[in-house]
Design a protein around this ligand. Structure first.
Ligand SMILES: [Zn+2]
Length: 227
């Protein structure tokens, strides 16, 4: 109820304007076509290097990509904030479709069978009313013609906010935080995990761990890369 109200209010407070230049937009995306073309692309080589710095956990990750490079104070940050804090989950699916198209260019030939979001900690999901990665994963699944499975991953323990932790502490903080749904059968399947942002990659790698242990091939994708 609270989240429904918050969403209705956000429509009034944040009308449909481009988050880049402020012109009214009629599309499903929160940016106009001209701003969309100017958003900074993330380098998949840089993402790979960041993941490799986490050590062995990154070795079997097939592909890792993000749609945009995070731009502190810029349009990408405003989009991410809108998705996460303004109660605008409806922009998730169209952004997810862009993630899916961009991922398929990076991962030439590797197509996922299943696309799954990184689950939020239960308390955070209750506060926010939705998981911002759900819409992204649904849109990416649509673009990649894969199955969307929002319940594939479970968070078995909540973790501290990663924001103020060092890189090494982030990894220790999230390891063992995720399990697979007990009925999931993923052996030999290709799974694409989706989060809103890749920072050190620790969260995505921790979620990939039980999938790899169960015999899945795993790739990772996000909206933004914010190293
Ligand atoms: Zn614009």
């Amino acid at each position: 109820m609270v989240s429904v109200l918050a969403r209705s209010l956000s429509r009034l407070v944040f009308p449909e304007v481009c988050l880049g230049c402020g012109v009214p937009t009629r599309g499903r995306l929160p940016v106009c076509a001209s701003c969309l073309r100017r958003l900074p692309h993330a380098s998949s080589e840089a993402i790979r290097a960041e993941l490799d710095a986490r050590g062995a956990a990154a070795q079997d990750i097939r592909h890792a990509a993000a749609l945009w490079q995070f731009d502190a104070g810029g349009t990408v940050q405003r989009i991410q904030h809108a998705l996460k804090y303004r109660g605008l989950p409806r922009i998730g699916a169209p952004l997810g479709e862009l993630i899916g198209s961009s991922f398929s260019e990076t991962a030439s030939g590797w197509r996922p069978d299943v696309v799954a979001p990184i689950p939020l900690a239960r308390t955070r999901q209750l506060e926010r009313g939705y998981n911002q990665a759900d819409g992204l994963a649904a849109g990416a699944a649509e673009a990649l013609e894969a199955r969307f499975d929002p319940g594939l991953m479970h968070r078995v323990r909540s973790t501290r906010s990663q924001t103020r932790l060092s890189h090494a502490a982030r990894w220790a903080n999230v390891q063992g935080a995720f399990t697979l749904h007990p009925d999931a059968t993923v052996r030999g399947r290709r799974v694409l995990l989706i989060d809103d942002v890749i920072t050190t990659g620790a969260t995505l790698l921790a979620a990939a761990e039980p999938l790899r242990a169960a015999g899945a091939e795993v790739s990772l994708a996000a909206l933004a890369f914010a190293p």
